[in-house]
Design a protein around this ligand. Structure first.
Ligand SMILES: Nc1nc2c(ncn2[C@@H]2O[C@H](COP(=O)(O)OP(=O)(O)O)[C@@H](O)[C@H]2O)c(=O)[nH]1
Ligand SMILES: [Mg+2]
Length: 337
């Protein structure tokens, strides 16, 4: 962060870090550019902001006929309770996992670099959906110019590795180097607090909570031993799950793992005098309040909110609660405004 910035600029930067929707990010970037003090000390930062604005505008524009760029958009608009990106070296089975977990038709190939563009898909867990985004491999021989924009919208990532492949560790080291160059930092800590992103003094750093997925467990002799060896030799402390896209082994644990790690809270809303809608919860994060629920329902409701009645873990029998009341997973909430 450049020295001597204004509170206005700091607020815009904090909002940018929190923003997940690329369109909101673009608004925040414009606000950052508008509020940043214009002197020598902020020159590099202003150039960075302009580059980001240009990249994001291009990414959102999608295919351009007759232009230099063509193909699908490179930024996927977040959907569902969270967006999780699949990253990893070539041929580790990212697309095979994606297809099996989400029912997508992401192309699986027995040659590297089959996946060229982000492919979204939804993973169902109980009554919520998590968005999984399949991505091209991250490897030195295949630069992906838009990778930081694509990862900026994610809440976390699956680092998919193939422990049966002899070059696995070198590839994972390379992957980290490439990502760090693009200012993307993987962390074993879930979830990330956007206001204090691990003390990285870089507005454009992306800090991604990471789960290591040891895929192809079906062709590894003793997957638990291999995972321990990998952890010891690489010194990477990511939480790990073993899986096989081939046999389906371990796949059923992913939804629950992500739900807990992301600290997702499901809230069911009801209208006075009517039964609650128990089919489609709103999803928030641990620590969210009645006010946050109201914002999700409608911002006009949030503005005029007086109180709520709550049934469930954080209140019972329709007890009254104010806008600051912290909700809990499974609460039924009736908003009064
Ligand atoms: N044995 C085995 N092969 C797998 C598994 N997952 C993927 N593959 C194979 O690995 C190759 C690469 O898969 P793909 O999903 O395209 O990898 P990506 O480049 O990471 O997207 C394909 O031949 C897949 O059939 C698995 O769990 N076990
Ligand atoms: Mg692929």
């Amino acid at each position: 962060m450049p020295a001597n910035t204004t509170p206005e600029y700091k607020a815009a930067e904090a909002a940018f870090r929190r923003a997940r929707d690329p369109r909101d990010q673009l608004d925040c970037l414009r606000e950052m550019l508008r509020t940043i003090p214009k002197h020598k000390g902020t020159e590099a930062m202003r150039a960075d902001i302009k580059t980001r604005i240009k990249e994001l505008t291009d990414a959102l524009a999608g295919p351009k006929t007759g232009g230099a760029r063509s193909g699908p958009p490179t930024v996927i608009r977040p959907d569902g309770a969270a967006q999780i990106a699949l990253v990893g070296p070539p041929n580790t089975g990212k697309s095979a996992l994606h297809a099996r977990l989400t029912g997508s038709h992401s192309q699986v190939g027995d040659y590297p670099f089959t996946t060229q563009f982000p492919v979204p898909g939804m993973l169902m867990h109980d009554d919520i959906a998590l968005q999984l985004v399949d991505l091209p491999p991250i490897a030195p021989e295949h630069p992906v110019p838009w990778i930081s924009n694509a990862l900026q919208t994610a809440d976390g990532c699956l680092l998919v590795v193939d422990l049966s492949h002899p070059g696995c560790m070198e590839e994972v080291v390379e992957l980290h180097r490439i990502l760090e160059e693009r200012r993307i930092h993987l962390t074993p800590l879930w979830p990330v607090d956007d206001d204090h992103p691990h003390h990285i003094e870089d507005a454009f750093a992306t800090v991604l909570p990471t789960l290591l997925v040891a895929n192809k467990a079906d062709v590894v002799n003793d997957i638990a031993v291999e995972m321990r060896v990998f952890e010891e030799l690489t010194r990477l402390a990511y939480p790990m799950l073993a899986m096989s896209a081939e046999t389906g082994e371990g796949l059923e644990r992913l939804g629950g793992w992500l739900f807990a790690a992301l600290e997702i809270v499901r809230i069911y809303t009801k209208i006075p005098g009517e039964p609650a809608d128990m089919t489609r919860p709103f999803t928030l994060r641990d620590g969210a309040t009645i006010h946050d629920v109201a914002v999700l329902v409608h911002k006009d409701i949030a503005a005029g909110l007086r109180f709520a009645r709550i049934w469930g873990p954080s209140g019972f029998d329709g007890a009254h609660a104010g806008p600051d009341h912290v909700v809990a997973d499974g609460d039924v909430v009736e908003l009064h405004f």
